[in-house]
Design a protein around this ligand. Sequence first.
Ligand SMILES: *Cc1c(COP(=O)(O)O)cnc(C)c1O
Length: 373
Amino acid sequence: MKNLVRLSKSVIGEKEIAAVTQILQKEFLGMGPEVQAFENDLAVFIGDNRQVVCVNTGTAALHLAVQACGIGPGDEVIIPSLTYLASYQAISATGATPVSCDVLLETGTIDPEDAAKRITPRTRAIMPVHYASGWGRLEQVYDLAQKHGLRVIEDAAHAFGGIYKGRRVGASGDIVCFSFDGIKNITSGEGGAVVTADPQIAEYVRDARLLGVQKDTEKRYARERSWEFDVTIQGWRFHMSDIMAAIGRVQLKRLEEFTTIRVRLAKNYARLLKEIPNIRLLNIEYGPVIPHIFPIFIGQDKRDKVRQALIDNNIQCGIHYKPNHLLSRYNLGYSLPVTEKLYQETLTLPLHPDVTEEQQEKICDIIRQCGDR
Ligand SMILES: *Cc1c(COP(=O)(O)O)cnc(C)c1O
């Protein structure tokens, strides 16, 4: 469809294509020097001497982070239900149980007070999710974790590049996981990263991404591999390839370009929607926050009407997210009122670097007209 306004999309240019071509011409497509270079680029970008380990998806990053904490069957991880299914599957993949908690109405991020109520002797970690790229009351999450001796694994899939307390997201905190899938703030095609200052976690993830083969990473970076080795842990084939890293390295250089556009678009939406009755926006400071998605909340049961009007005009929109505690696999038999209210009201508007201001005006006009009827 020619005039379709897409909800999200990859933005790829000649430089990414040239970078991939160069890798293809080397006829070495596995995990090699390009992945090492991407990890170095990311470590420099994030700063504060953090270790960066790249993997093939954000989901794999979360899964390996949970596993690296020694979390498994019988353990519990507290997580806001308002997140992508991937965060839940990453926890349950280790055999641990994701324990759903509620979010804050103003930001859609984890409610630390509700999280505190869900702590049991089996709780081992909290996984805050930077919903729509904001971090909400992250400080309180760390206070809570410290008080109870819990690890914190941040699902920062939406938040790459953001500035939290004057430093890049990932420069502080316990374990921070990013996604570089096709539609995130930057992409490596598919991909993800675990970022931490804890050398044991980093080493565990480095081994576990390559079937648990001890210290195989160094060999791979030299385009070799281990023939004599030992294995003590469950590993996976979760490593990143040089093709993906080549895309990621170009995209990292373009982050500033993408940031300027994403921030401008979000501020423009906020301006256009501000006067419309029954529309609520998240309380987020764009600039430090680089928005990955732009959810709005529509009161008085008008969400589905607005959604249909946008679809009728060839405008894609989304619902972020179907709460995970409502899925059969993760239903623990209690309800989460704020999460369920947000789910009823939410609609995500198109946000990616190719959205135009003209399109934004059209979208907001349609929303306004729905409210008038
Ligand atoms: C995208 C995303 C993930 C998973 O990342 P993939 O790279 O797609 O596996 C996890 N959590 C959230 C909140 C995400 O948006």
